[in-house]
Design a protein around this ligand. Structure first.
Ligand SMILES: *Cc1c(COP(=O)(O)O)cnc(C)c1O
Length: 411
C-alpha cells in the first residue's frame, strides 16, 4: 500500500496548471503598464468581488490579516476595547484585535458547526458584562473594558449562526466584523431577512484572505474587506494607504496594506472559476459523507446546519485517536492537517490573558479530535476512496486493539 501515489492535503499545482497561459498573459500585461500597486485592475477586482459577495463595496488589501485590522479600525474599534471572538480560529483573528489596541475576549463555539455559539455569546453579554456608567455600553467584568465588537469566524467555510449574533449586537449596540477568511461565497439563510446572505455581507464589514490555500487564493499574499457602509469603505481605503486620501496629505496614520495589481489580475482570473470550484468542493464533501458514514460512531463527520451553504474550505472529521490516524495516513502517503491543534486561549502568546484548560471545553475537545482530510476541487473520487478505505482500516485496527469500538458522543 505504501507505494501508492501521494494524495496531498492540498493541491495548488493542478489548479494553476489549467490557468497558466491566462495568468502569464496577465503578468505580461502588468509589465507593459508597470502599474503594480492599486489602479484599474485592483478596482476591477474590487467591483467583481463585491458583486460576488453581495456587498456594495470591496477594498483590496495586502492580506486577510490586514483586512481584519483595517475593518476593525474603520468600523470603530478603539484602543482599550474588548472584542469578542472564539478560541478555535487562526491566530490572525486575535492578532488583528490586539493590533488595533483592543483585547480579545473569548466565547466558546457550538460543537456541531465549530462556530460561535450564540447562546454562550448571550450568556457572556448578560452574565459576564455589566452596564457601564455611560448607558448603552457594556463593560466586561473580566477585563473591566468596554465590550464594543463581535468577530464571528466562518470556520472551514461554514457560516456562523448570524441571526442571533446580529440580534444581540443590535440589542447591545455592538459592531460586528465577520472573519470570512475561509468563507468566500458561503451563504447563510437569515430568517429575519428571509433570504440567503453571503458571508461578509451581514455584519458591518467582512474580512477575506486570498492566501494561496484559501478557496480563492492569489499567487502570493492578498486580502479584501467587504461592506455595505460607505464610510467604512472610505476609511479602509485610507488606512491601507498610510492614512492618505490624497498623496502626501495624511489625515491619520495608516499602514502599507495595499493590494498588488498583479495579484488582483490573478484573482480576477480565478474568481471566474470560484463558484464552480466551491460546487466541486461540495460534491467532494458529499462523497466523503457517503463513504465515511459507514464508520458509525467512530468518526464524527461535518454537517452543514440547515441555514448554511458551506463551501468546505476544509473537510474536518473528529476521531478519538487523532494522532495515530494522522501518522498512519502519512505512512500511506495521505496528507492531512489540524485546524487548529491548540485553541488560542491556551497558546503561549496569550498566557497574559490568564486562561486555563477547561475555560472553553468545546473548543478544547475539538482541538484534540479534529483531522482535516484532503480537500480541493481537483481531488478525485478514486483518491477519496483510498483515503476513506485507509481511515476505515485504521479505525477498526484501533478499535480491535482496544477490544471495543471507540465511541464518540456528539452532544
Ligand atoms: C487565513 C486566515 C486569516 C488570515 O489571512 P492572511 O491572508 O493569511 O493574513 C484570518 N482568519 C482566518 C480564519 C484565516 O483562515
Amino acid at each position: 500500500m505504501t507505494n501508492d501515489a501521494k494524495i496531498p492535503f492540498l493541491d495548488l499545482i493542478s489548479t494553476h496548471a489549467e490557468l497558466t497561459e491566462e495568468l502569464v498573459a496577465a503578468f505580461r500585461e502588468a509589465l507593459k503598464t508597470a502599474g503594480f500597486i492599486g489602479g484599474p485592475v485592483v478596482e476591477g477586482l474590487e467591483r467583481e468581488f463585491a458583486a460576488f459577495s453581495d456587498a456594495r463595496f470591496c477594498v483590496g488589501v495586502g492580506s486577510g490579516t490586514d483586512a481584519l485590522r483595517f475593518a476593525l479600525s474603520a468600523a470603530g474599534v478603539r484602543a482599550g476595547d474588548s472584542v469578542v471572538t472564539v478560541p478555535n480560529t487562526f491566530i490572525a483573528t486575535t492578532e488583528a484585535i490586539s493590533q488595533v489596541g483592543a483585547l480579545p475576549e473569548f466565547v466558546d463555539v457550538e460543537e456541531r458547526t465549530s462556530t460561535m455559539d450564540p447562546d454562550r455569546l448571550q450568556t457572556f453579554l448578560e452574565a459576564h458584562c455589566m452596564q457601564g456608567p455611560s448607558s448603552r455600553r457594556l463593560i466586561s467584568k473580566r477585563t473591566g473594558r468596554p465590550v464594543t465588537t463581535i468577530v464571528p469566524v466562518h470556520l472551514y467555510g461554514h457560516p456562523a449562526d448570524m441571526d442571533p449574533i446580529m440580534e444581540l449586537a443590535e440589542r447591545y449596540n455592538l459592531i460586528v466584523v465577520e472573519d470570512a477568511c475561509q468563507a468566500h461565497g458561503a451563504e447563510y439563510f437569515s430568517a429575519r431577512s428571509n433570504r440567503w446572505m453571503k458571508a461578509g455581507s451581514i455584519g458591518q464589514a467582512g474580512a477575506f484572505s486570498f492566501y494561496p490555500g484559501k478557496n480563492l487564493g492569489a499567487c502570493g499574499e492578498a486580502g479584501a474587506i467587504t461592506t455595505n457602509d460607505e464610510e467604512i469603505t472610505r476609511k479602509c481605503r485610507m488606512i491601507r494607504d498610510h492614512g492618505q486620501a490624497k498623496k502626501y496629505y495624511h489625515d491619520l496614520e495608516g499602514y502599507n496594506g495595499r493590494l498588488d495589481a498583479v495579484q488582483a489580475a490573478f484573482l480576477r482570473i480565478k474568481l471566474k472559476h470560484l463558484s464552480k470550484w466551491n460546487e466541486q468542493r461540495r460534491e467532494r464533501a458529499q462523497v466523503y459523507g457517503n463513504l465515511l458514514s459507514e464508520l458509525g460512531e467512530s468518526a464524527i463527520l461535518p454537517v452543514a446546519a440547515p441555514w448554511a451553504k458551506a463551501i468546505y474550505h476544509l473537510y474536518v472529521i473528529r476521531v478519538e485517536d487523532r494522532d495515530d490516524l494522522i501518522a498512519k495516513l502519512a505512512a500511506d502517503n495521505i496528507g492531512t492537517g489540524i485546524h487548529y491543534p491548540i485553541p488560542l486561549h491556551l497558546q503561549k502568546a496569550y498566557a497574559h490573558l490568564g486562561h486555563k484548560e477547561g475555560d472553553f471545553p468545546v473548543s478544547e475537545r475539538l482541538a484534540r479530535e479534529i483531522v482535516s482530510l484532503p480537500m480541493y476541487p481537483s481531488l478525485t473520487e478514486e483518491q477519496q476512496h483510498r483515503v476513506c478505505e485507509r481511515i476505515r482500516q485504521i479505525l477498526s485496527e484501533q478499535a480491535a486493539s482496544k477490544g471495543s469500538r471507540p465511541v464518540l458522543v456528539a452532544s
